[in-house]
Ligand binder design. Sequence first.
Ligand SMILES: [Mg+2]
Length: 238
Amino acid sequence: MGSSPARLDPGQILLFDADDTLWENNIYFERAIAAFISYLGHQIHSAEEVREHLNACERATIAQHGYGLRSFRRSLLACFEQLSGAPITPEKHERIASFTDIVAKHQIELLEGVVDALPELAARHRCLMVTKGDPEEQRAKLERSGLSQYFAAIEVLPEKHEDAYHALAQHHGCEKAITWMIGNSPKSDINPSLAAGLNAVFVPHGRTWVLEHEEINRPHAGRRLVQCERFLDLTLYF
Ligand SMILES: [Mg+2]
């Protein structure tokens, strides 16, 4: 992890994750899931067991249909059907689907320091937004966030794995030695970008989605991994 911050030369390429890096995201899913679990009101399985089953449903749905709200809705419906052991009536279907409105309809809540640091970073460096999920949903959130002006390009990838970072670096002409992936997810932001030979900045978020947890690996020789506890601290390095 980084120790003594010394600001790097201007002209670095900063790749920003969006969900839970620039703005709150997972907390809305957590609220929707809590509402779902209480609606299911399972007689045998505990809330933790229901949650674990939902995680399994989510892994399966994502593998087949990718990320995004439509996938999340499918996962809730599958979980309900499997645990209640009965087909879902149209009324129940509608009620379960309505829990995803908690995620769909919230205001964009920028994380602390973003509104101050991002303009400064964008003035000194080339900033790209690199997120995953449903392209329409992610672009709509960026629009609502008011942050579009700071990004030279937007990439919404189906999955953020090592190959995706190789392809992205090539596509956008990112010299790897001066390219940094910045995000909250060890699994999607940090480990695959380090594996692809980029530098990375881990900005932890206390409510990171459990499916994104992973132990952090080491960077390639000559590359760096920095941890910033606060988004604003990015301005100490960049
Ligand atoms: Mg994220």
